[in-house]
Design a protein around this ligand. Sequence first.
Ligand code: ZN
Length: 272
Amino acid sequence: MNNPRFFLGIGLAFVIIFAGVSVYTHYAGSGPAPVPADHDTLYQVSTIDALMLGVYDGITPIRDLKSRGDFGIGTFDALDGEMIVLDGIVYQVKADGRILSVPDNLTTPFATVTHFEADRNITTKAPMNLSVFTTSMEEQLPTGNMIYAVRMHGTFPFMKVRSVPAQQEPYQVLSEAVKNQSVYTFSGTTGTVVGFYTPIFFKGVNVPGFHLHYLSDDRTTGGHILDFTLPAGTLVEYDITPGFTMALPTSGDFTGADLSQDLSSDLAKIEK
Ligand code: ZN
């Protein structure tokens, strides 16, 4: 290995790597942002409007999803329950309330994950419901034009979650499917809220604003959050996520879905 060209190559590689790291760490917020590292990327499977229109066939195995993030939310093939990804483990909240740890070969038709690393905290000063939480956080976040992963842990005086039962083909649209949803309320449950904030311009792609799921510490309760009471003094952690990667279905119902419609008022009814 006494080849001078080899050492020149190694040297150049170091310079390039060092330059990249230097640009990234010294980025101060002016000028174009550097290409984000993979752990600051939101990875999304399909679109919320496709799910709204009944595109429930799973396309991405959980195995692949886990390689894209250790934190996130979504649903499963045939709309079989609510997904929570926390600390790299994928949980399925079934409509009957059971919580399962998911096999890697199960698939998802819609999910969003990232590698969570908190880089901003906001502590709540008063108890608040989901609506007040949304307004309060939107006032305190640096901008509504970025994606944030959101995590908080606490004991919640009130927690109202839902899960949906698996659907049979031919699939009905989501607004029909959720008519059979199970709603559970809990008081004094301790656990983690997992979710995302996406900007208004994600309309049709994701759920603009906050989309939050819940998983209790004892892994016995959870689901898609319809409302909660957040106690004062709760540390709300945010991971600013500038990158975005989306995997779209290449076959099946997705290719024939009419995604030209504005489904946001239907979505608001379903999500809250
Ligand atoms: Zn949800």
